[in-house]
Design a protein around this ligand. Sequence first.
Ligand SMILES: Cc1cc2nc3c(=O)[nH]c(=O)nc-3n(C[C@H](O)[C@H](O)[C@H](O)COP(=O)(O)OP(=O)(O)OC[C@H]3O[C@@H](n4cnc5c(N)ncnc54)[C@H](O)[C@@H]3O)c2cc1C
Length: 584
Amino acid sequence: MAPKRKTSDADVDSKPNGSHANKKGRTNLREPHPNAKQTEDFGIVLREFYPPEMSNERCQAYNDGTIERPIETLEKACRDTADQRRSINAGKAVVHWFKNDLRLHDNRALHTAFTIARDHQIPLICLYIVSPEDFEAHLTSPARVNFILRTLERLQRDLAEVDIPLYSETQEKRNRIPSRVVELCQKWGAKHLCGNVEYEVDELRRDAKLVRLCAENEIDFAPTPDTCVVTPGALSSQQGKQYAVYTPWFRSWLAFLKENPDYLELSEEPGSNLGDARKTFADLFDCSIPTAPRSKQLPGDEKVRFEKLYPAGEHEATQRLEKFLEEKATKYDEMRSDLSGEYTSILSPYFACGALSARTAVVTAKRLNKNWLDRGNQGYVSWISEVAWRDFYKHVLVHWPFICMNKCFKPEHTNIEWEYDADQFQAWCDGKTGFPIVDAAMRQIRHCAWMHNRTRMVVSSFLSKDLLIDWRRGERYFMEHLIDGDFASNHGGWGFGSSTGVDPQPYFRIFNPLRQSERFDPDGEYIRRWVPELRDIQGKAIHDPYSTKEAAAIAEKQGYPRPIVDHADSRARALERYKRALHG
Ligand SMILES: Cc1cc2nc3c(=O)[nH]c(=O)nc-3n(C[C@H](O)[C@H](O)[C@H](O)COP(=O)(O)OP(=O)(O)OC[C@H]3O[C@@H](n4cnc5c(N)ncnc54)[C@H](O)[C@@H]3O)c2cc1C
C-alpha cells in the first residue's frame, strides 16, 4: 500500500480553527470561560494576544504522523536541494548567519563556515538580523533584547580581532528575512551560507523556505544542528516512539552519548580571516549594532543595573561556568534548592542567547568529574542532568510542535475550566498575594529578570492551582520578563508546575507554598531580601505572617496584604476542576 501522503502544516496551522468550543462542547481557551469572573480588560488581553488554538484533531494528526512537522519540512528542503547544492562553486566569500548562537567557541556552523572559507582562501563574513516582529511574536523581554544586543557588541569586537566583520541590520518585516539574506549573499558574492538550526516552529519554517530560495539562487545553505547536546529526533524508545517522560529519555540520552562520543567533540573557534577581508569588505567593519526596537527598550538606569548583573559575552559565560564548576558544583545536589544563597550557576541567560553551548558545559563538567556523565560526584552528575532538561524540552518541542500554538501538551487539558480574576492575576504579578515566598519570587523576577528554579515551580503552581488562572497567562508573563526566556524550557516548566504540559510526574502535583517556604528558605533570608515589609518579623512566622499576633501586627503596619486565597480550599477546588476536565 502506498504510504499516506503527509500534508504540510505550513499554511494550515496559521488559520483560525474557527471554533471556540472543543469536541465535548466545552469552551476552550481562546476565550475566557463564559462563567468566568472577569474584568473587560482581562478578556481583551486574552483575545488580543492568544493566537487561535489548534483543534485537538490536528494535534492528534501530528501525533499520528499524518501532518508534516516543521522539522520534517526543513529536512525535506535540505534533501530536495542536496544535488543542486553539491555543484555550487566557492564564490567570493562565505557567510555565517548568527541567530541564538552568539559565540565563537564551539559553534558548529561557524566552524564549518570558517573551514570552507579557509579551504577556498576566501573571506568569512558574519551576519545578524535584528527582527522586531520576531521579538514581538516570541514575547522577548526588554532585558533579554538588551542582553542579546550587548552580546553582539562583544562578539563584533572579538570577531574584528581576527579580521572577521559582523554586519548587522534591523529587518522590520520578518517575512522579508529569507529574501534579504539571499540579497546580502549575492551582494557579497557568497555562495555558501552557514547557520545553526533554531527549533521553534516559525524559525524552522523560515529556514525551510530559505534553503529552497538559496538553492534557486545557487547558494548552498543547509542549517546545522548545534543547540542541543543530542540532536532532537536522535532518541526514541524501543517501540520507536519519542519519549514524553524525562527519566527514560535521560537514560537514553546518556546511552546515546556513550555510543556516540563525537557528539561531545567541541569545535574550535575561527582563526584569522583569510583573503583580503579588511580591504574588500572595509565598510562592513564600520557597521554598528542596531539599537533595540522602541517597544523593547530598557530605561537607562535598568540598563546599567542589568549590565552589572549579567555582563555580556562568551568570556563572561566561560568564567561563570568555570567558577561555578570549581567552587559550587560539587555541592549542587544538596544545595541547589536552597533559596538563601547563590548555589546554581545562573548561566541560563548565556545558554538562551547561545553565548555558551550546552555541549561545552557538559564536557567541562564531565572532565572535572573524572570523565563521568552519570557517576562520580553527585553534584556534577545532577548538574549535567539539569543541563539535559534543556535538551529534553527542545526534543519535545520538535516532536510536538503544536505546543507552540497555545496548545497544552495533553489535549484533554484544554477542558480545564479556568478562573479569570484580573485582580488576583495582578496581585501575583506585583508580588502582593500575601504568600511571602510567592511574593518574594515575583519581586525577584521584576528586579533581576531571573528567578530560581524552585520558586519558578512554586509560583507557577500557585497561579495555575491556587488561583486556577490559565497557565498561559503565567507562561506569557515569564517570557515577557525573563532574561533567559526560552520557549521550550518555559513551556516545559509551566507544564511541570501546572500539569498542563509535559508532566514528568505520574501524579498531579500541587505545591504547598508554606511548606516550600519553610523547607527551602528556612531562616526566611530570601523573603527578607525581597519583601522588605516583613524584614522585622522574627522566626518561622515570616513564612505566614498573619499566623501570629506579633507578626500580623508588623505585616499590617507595613501594608503587607493578607493571603488572597486559602490554600486548602484552593487545593480542593483545583483537584475537583482538573478531575472534572480529565475524567468528564
Ligand atoms: C515555570 C518555569 C519556567 C521556566 N522558564 C525557563 C526559561 O524560560 N528559560 C530557561 O532557560 N529555563 C527555564 N526554566 C528552567 C529553570 O528554572 C532555569 O533554567 C534555571 O532556574 C536557570 O538557573 P541556572 O542557570 O542557575 O540553572 P542551573 O541550576 O545552574 O542549571 C544549569 C542549566 O541547566 C538548564 N536547566 C536547569 N534546570 C532546567 C529545567 N528545569 N528546565 C530546562 N532547563 C533547565 C538551564 O539551561 C540552566 O542554566 C523554567 C522552569 C520553570 C519551573
